[in-house]
Design a protein around this ligand. Sequence first.
Ligand code: A3P
Length: 291
Amino acid sequence: AGDRFLYNGYVLHGEMIKNGTIRDVKNFEFRPQDVVVASFPKSGTTWLEEIVFLIQTHLDFKLAASTILESRFPYLEYPYPGLKSIAKQQGGRMIKTHLPLSLLPDDLLQKGTKVIYIMRNPKDVAVSYYHFFRLLSFVNYKGEFRDFLKSFMKNEVVYTPYFPHVLEYWNNRDNPNLLVVHFEEMKKDPETVVQKISNFLGKDLTYDEVRMIVEHTRFENMAINPSVNYSHWEDLGLVNKNEGKFFRKGAVGDWQNYFSEDLNRDFDSWISQNLENTKLAFIFADTTEDK
Ligand code: A3P
């Protein structure tokens, strides 16, 4: 899928290296008022971005509806709008990135810039990523899930290796400028997580405001909201229309519909190898009882 390149241990789009973006990112001047949403792809980035946007704008639902998320929340290492354009924006910015911490400026967490990292269990990430690669017409993945999973485990997919990506952030979880949230805890108890994020961003929200954000950012509501659901990609010819939607399922545990027993065994031992000597644990199943 496209031109890939290994850079400091991570698989990136070759273009990012050739055109100097990755070097410019290292020197990008973040500001203390900036908020960064970081993630491994398919971990719930879009969801978290919309939550952060509403908190930062004190629930400006009008503004959120009037502009697509990509322009409200630029993607740092993507060619559009590009680093130069992001640099020109005044004041505190909201910026999304899929880059690991080691490829961002060395002093990022010392500057006062607030960074929120969202992580999701790797089985659901792999399933979501597989569908995403089938969905994107410029990737146009046609393989079976098991083949995709094998390349994911062999660290051949863009932004892998998965574990170092997660661990670089997770190992810094005690830094006061970094908040780590789990997709699965957001599913289970979104009110608590929204409250936690707003506290982290130094914003006071009433319980009603928290509930309004939670309602606006529920899967079903975001899926039909054209400012966040990436439906404009269809007009741009970026998606294979017979491969579903960006807002696919939004569930915890969908991996169970894709992993055979064999695959699951291999994947579990791959996880254990990678989490040896760490205290990181993932949530693989939805334990919400009132659903
Ligand atoms: P699925 O493919 O499992 O449905 P990202 O934004 O990082 O690309 O992640 C996309 C994944 O997050 C997709 O997962 C998408 O459906 C899910 N998602 C997006 N918004 C969500 C929400 N409000 N609630 C639950 N899941 C959401």
